[in-house]
Ligand binder design. Structure first.
Ligand SMILES: Nc1ncnc2c1ncn2[C@@H]1O[C@H](COP(=O)(O)OP(=O)(O)OP(=O)(O)O)[C@@H](O)[C@H]1O
Ligand SMILES: [Mg+2]
Length: 400
């Protein structure tokens, strides 16, 4: 009779007759059998032949069955060990069970008892194997999941760096404007004060007061223009820093204003009219300010790219009481997205832009960020009419 799986049994007994009789019975039942006359040989065969089941006599000269059991469980814990016990060995049999023997059968061995014990041992072996396979599978999945999370983080950072490069390039213009303004006012002041020195004695008090007022207003302009440069640079630095996920309460209007600070100049340069409607009563959301900012900037950049010859960009925030979510809508009247492309836009590396203009990571990273915040992004678009991307986020506090 053949068993469905090739079951190999190692039989350890110092009594040759018992070995012979039992191995005939076991072979008849479909097992393949190896025999050992003592514990040492048994252990050596167990390591070499890797039987799933070991049947060992408990009382043997030299190494006892209990020692064999203990050692086998150490080298191959999945092996099932059945001990055979003589009359008066009950204490040892109990000990064997404590050492994780699967069963014990008393001598002389009765066929029915032997087969019952083997059946239980086989089942235990299968159950344990399934459990360990399952655990290994879980561990493997966990590792792949960890790997995926780390890849995602790398991808997000890379995307951020790409946006940063584009931001930095367009910001050069923006910083240059206030700088040349500052320079002009300083030159003007130098000229006035030079003239002043020459004519000092001839200046009336009224004239002097007038010039002091002029200087004050120039200095105010210089101060505010320098502040603008500094805000731009610090905004850029903050955006470029590889920050960890920082969870806090976020004011949505604040979020939009911050994102726009980094995009305004690009909008101006691209002849885009901006229309922002931030509902001041919108509930705060909870999450990572920097990441959500990055997400909004990606959407604004896409809108700008879609309006090559200028256009209108509408940004609106609010709360949808039916669906109970905070929304941020970014709507352009640019070239729109074809039905076909709509299926792919959120996939990493999907881009319709020419080399050097797009990597295809903006929307996939935005999607990932919003998903992490338990929100969704939806898009509506018509070719040649424009697109609207809506970020929907749960409000921080559920009671409203
Ligand atoms: N507002 C939009 N109008 C028209 N097409 C859009 C708009 N937003 C996205 N798309 C389309 O979706 C594609 C994918 O956008 P995504 O932001 O992921 O990548 P990208 O802008 O091409 O490159 P990257 O953002 O990495 O610089 C774009 O190439 C474009 O075809
Ligand atoms: Mg993009």
């Amino acid at each position: 009779m053949a068993l469905p799986v090739n079951w190999k049994i190692l039989l350890i007994d110092d009594d040759e007759d018992i070995r012979d009789i039992m191995s005939i019975t076991l072979k008849d039942a479909g097992y393949s059998v190896i025999c050992a006359p003592d514990g040492h040989t048994g252990l050596m065969l167990a390591a070499r032949e890797e039987p799933q089941i070991v049947i060992t006599d408990i009382k043997m000269p030299g190494m006892s069955g209990l020692e064999v059991l203990e050692k086998i469980k150490k080298i191959k814990p999945e092996t099932e060990v059945i001990v055979t016990t003589g009359f008066g060995d009950i204490k040892k049999a109990v000990k064997a069970l404590q050492y994780d023997a699967s069963d014990f059968i008393s001598k002389p061995v009765d066929d029915a008892a032997l087969h019952m014990a083997l059946k239980r041992a086989r089942q235990r072996y299968i159950d344990k194997k399934q459990l360990s396979d399952y655990t290994a599978l879980l561990e493997r999945d966990l590792k792949t999941m960890e790997q995926e999370v780390s890849n995602q983080a790398k991808l997000l950072h890379r995307e951020k760096m790409v946006s940063l490069g584009r931001l930095a390039a367009s910001m050069v213009h923006e910083i240059n404007n206030p700088l040349s303004g500052i320079l002009n006012y300083i030159r003007l002041m130098i000229r006035i004060s030079g003239k002043d020195n020459n004519l000092k004695s001839n200046l009336t008090l009224e004239k002097r007061q007038d010039q002091a007022n002029k200087f004050n207003s120039y200095l105010e302009i210089i101060e505010s223009e320098t502040q603008r440069c500094s805000d731009l640079v610090s905004g850029l630095l903050k955006f470029s820093r590889k920050t960890n996920l920082e969870q806090k309460s976020i004011d949505v209007t604040d979020l939009i204003q911050h994102s726009l600070l980094l995009c305004n100049h690009k909008l101006e340069l691209s002849n885009i009219v901006l229309n922002v409607r931030c509902n001041p009563d919108v509930l705060p959301v909870f999450g990572d300010f920097n990441q959500l900012e990055q997400c909004i900037i990606n959407l604004i950049f896409n809108a700008i790219d879609a309006m090559e010859n200028g256009g209108n960009l509408k940004i609106e925030t609010g709360f949808n009481p039916e669906e109970k979510h905070v929304f941020i809508s970014i709507k352009d009247n640019g070239k729109g997205i074809s039905k076909e492309d709509l299926n792919f836009i959120f996939e990493p590396f999907f881009t319709t832009k020419s080399e050097g203009y797009g990597v295809g990571l903006g929307l996939s990273s935005a999607y990932g960020i919003v998903e992490k915040h338990k929100g969704t992004i939806v898009v509506e678009s018509r070719l040649d009419h424009g697109s609207e991307f809506i970020i929907k986020l749960p409000p921080e506090k559920k009671e409203f």
